[in-house]
Write a protein that binds this ligand. Structure first.
Ligand code: SF4
Ligand code: SF4
Length: 102
């Protein structure tokens, strides 16, 4: 007997995930842009408190959710979320937490 009571388990792979950047952590190295196989990411004209230009999701429809951008970021500054709009306040919270340490 299955743990879902006979119902098929939800297929999580069908949930579209998109990258979001924790701007306060980003150092603008561009690895995520360079290694994205679908050219989804690009530098924005916006820079963070450290003075680095941060990436944006320029072509969200092309993202396959492969996770390469997450894997190559040396600062754990980019990650995939189901709803980037809902995660929009995450950079603010992280920045506040990082500033409170200093
Ligand atoms: S998950 Fe993959 S396709 Fe999507 S932005 Fe990251 S590297 Fe590109
Ligand atoms: S790899 Fe990470 S630190 Fe480098 S530009 Fe992308 S998000 Fe920023």
């Amino acid at each position: 007997m299955s743990v879902t009571g006979g119902k098929p388990a939800p297929n999580r792979s069908k949930v579209k995930k998109l990258p979001t950047v924790i701007e306060a952590r980003c150092k603008g190295c561009g690895y995520c842009i360079q290694f994205c196989p679908k050219d989804v990411l690009a530098f924005s004209d916006k820079f963070n408190a450290k003075g680095y230009y941060v990436p944006v999701t320029a072509l969200p429809e092309a993202c396959t959710g492969c996770g390469m951008c997450e894997m190559v970021c040396p600062d754990f500054a980019i990650y995939l979320v189901e709803d980037p709009a809902a995660a929009a306040d995450v950079p603010v919270k992280v920045k506040a937490a990082e500033e409170s340490k200093s």
